[in-house]
Design a binder for this molecule. Structure first.
Ligand SMILES: [Zn+2]
Ligand SMILES: [Zn+2]
Length: 253
């Protein structure tokens, strides 16, 4: 855990932080507050960040001593109100979030960056709009396009700066998508490895296990409903067979 002295030093150095920023948008963030966050997934601390681009209040959920540390396991999670909070079964965001927190909580150290970018930047309204379009049984291409309109670049510049602010020296990214590593290295983050994010089977992520059919490139659940990818990271559930994995890999490419 960060000690009281480390927290004070971080807050002090962030108080007047201004830098050139990262990426074309010159994204600069600073830590505004840090507190203890005991949770059902383990002992964490939470750091809340200000950024100079929008009013999104991103947070880092920190476990163990990450300051100046090498090979820190890091998960980047995009906010999904319907999944994370309400427990929607239209996506598996909550499963991904919970299993990442549980994994990090059991490791020596680790960080989950919770990016407040609903639907990866398109916003809640557009996401619901995309759901509604899908329900009409038509225009799923348009629905996907709506949800596919992503602001990944900004997300990763913010995430990279958040890691700099926490003095993380190098990371191991928790992801099933090897391409994701480039997104952070582009901003100078040293990625020394990848930790596959394999979720335990639960009654809620079972729809992935039960996936047997793909229609026009859409991943279907056991009720025949299509799911839109929100975390842009192929979900891997323990016990999936190769056939399902192949379908998922193709869909998330
Ligand atoms: Zn900065
Ligand atoms: Zn979701």
């Amino acid at each position: 855990m960060l000690t009281r002295a480390q927290i004070e030093a971080l807050l002090e150095e962030n108080r007047n932080h201004h830098c050139e920023g990262l990426g074309p948008d010159h994204v600069c963030v600073r830590i505004e507050a840090i507190a203890e966050l005991p949770s059902r997934f383990g002992q964490f601390q939470i750091a809340a960040f200000y950024n100079n681009r929008d009013n999104k209040e991103h947070v880092a959920i920190i476990h163990g001593d990450v300051l100046e540390a090498e090979d820190v396991p890091v998960r980047v999670h995009s906010e999904c109100l319907t999944g994370d909070v309400i427990g929607s079964l239209r996506c598996d965001c909550r499963d991904q979030l919970e299993s990442a927190l549980r994994m990090i909580g059991q490791m020596e150290r680790g960080i989950l960056l919770y990016m407040r970018q609903e639907g990866r930047g398109i916003g809640l309204i557009n996401k619901i709009r995309a759901y509604a379009l899908q329900e009409q049984g038509m225009d799923t291409v348009e629905a996907n396009l709506a949800l596919g309109f992503r602001d990944d670049e900004r997300e990763y510049s913010v995430a990279a700066h958040m890691l700099y602010s926490l003095h993380v020296k190098s990371i191991r990214l928790i992801t099933n998508n090897p391409n994701k590593i480039n997104d952070l290295t582009r901003y100078g983050i040293k990625v020394t490895g990848r930790i596959p994010h394999i979720m335990p089977p639960t009654e809620y992520n079972r729809f992935y296990l039960e996936t047997k059919a793909v229609k026009s490139g859409h991943l279907l659940d056991s009720f025949g409903k299509a799911h839109l990818p929100e975390q842009a990271d192929p979900p891997m559930v323990e016990g999936m067979d190769e056939e399902v994995l192949a379908v998922i890999r193709k869909y998330y490419k």
